[in-house]
Ligand binder design. Sequence first.
Ligand SMILES: NC(=O)c1ccc[n+]([C@@H]2O[C@H](COP(=O)([O-])OP(=O)(O)OC[C@H]3O[C@@H](n4cnc5c(N)ncnc54)[C@H](OP(=O)(O)O)[C@@H]3O)[C@@H](O)[C@H]2O)c1
Length: 326
Amino acid sequence: MKVLVTGATGFIGSHLVEALVQRGAQVRCLVRNKRRLGWVKDSPVEFVVGNCQERTSLKQSVKDVDQVLHLAGATTAVKEKTYFEVNALGTENLIQACIENNPRLKKFIYLSSQAAAGPCRNGGKKKESDPCHPVSPYGKSKLLGEQLALSHSHELPLLILRPCAVYGPRDKGFYALFKCLSKSINPCLCDHDNHISMCYVQDIVRAILLASETQTENGEIFFLSDGQDYRMEEIGDIFAQAMEISARQLRLPKQVLFGMAFFAECFSRVSGKPSIMSRGKVEEMIRKNWLCDITKAKALLGFEPLISLVRGAELAVAWYKKENWL
Ligand SMILES: NC(=O)c1ccc[n+]([C@@H]2O[C@H](COP(=O)([O-])OP(=O)(O)OC[C@H]3O[C@@H](n4cnc5c(N)ncnc54)[C@H](OP(=O)(O)O)[C@@H]3O)[C@@H](O)[C@H]2O)c1
């Protein structure tokens, strides 16, 4: 089995590459720069240079592979249009490259996001059949990526996965929360009872592998999470427990968060470096219900999450400490 992984140098992609290598798959990684291979630099894989924003650069990478696991994406960006150029048009470019250069492709998996579906407007958990209402530029770009991909589902075997918030070793998103906690601060929103889904990175990797092995209808979409319902403050408490520290809750009004995000965006534009804080991110944070239903993934992919938030937090903390991030 020969597999192309895009986004291989990233958080989830690097864990996926390791799992694929362990299973004996022949792995090819699409990378933007061979001098920036990050966590996968010593992996026994083939590296092909390409950029999802340039269709012609993708031709070599898609040739002769059985499957494409498309994880490349802009999760943070200096300019809003980058989300659309990478997540939406980049996905379209990769699919076109597959159609033109690999007519025998057996599967194309697009790692979308729960952000594409948007928050759950009612109580309960969002299902794949519910309408999508993304609230951030990131979420809107991931949804457009899904729609563009689906418009080609008659031309290639497509499957879409929508992970919730993912955490674990190498993650820089929740790392910001771990850093606050290390200063004994557990930041939370004022007057909010926010519920979110979470998933440990190795469970997401197992779900991607299951999806790659399982026969499904073309164009199926699956939410992925550990199946639990967490309150935002509870996550900080569980992470603090894993760090064996106590942290005081700091309740922030949403106006303060928007102000912080505005300054982070200004700094980001000056420095040219994307920030994890943005007004789009705050738009997501202030929504009350980010729960998704994984019944379909359990039934059709046989997905069973194995790592609880308590255990996952312990594993993440152990890794951050080993790498001197904490
Ligand atoms: N982390 C989460 O909580 C989460 C949740 C739901 C969905 N997702 C989705 O899962 C995927 C992976 O997320 P992640 O957290 O692992 O992200 P990440 O750590 O930010 O990694 C992003 C990857 O995409 C690559 N990339 C970015 N722009 C590219 C382009 N124009 N052409 C080719 N490659 C490009 C990056 O390569 P460079 O090394 O060259 O920058 C990197 O390997 C993304 O599509 C994201 O939307 C993530």
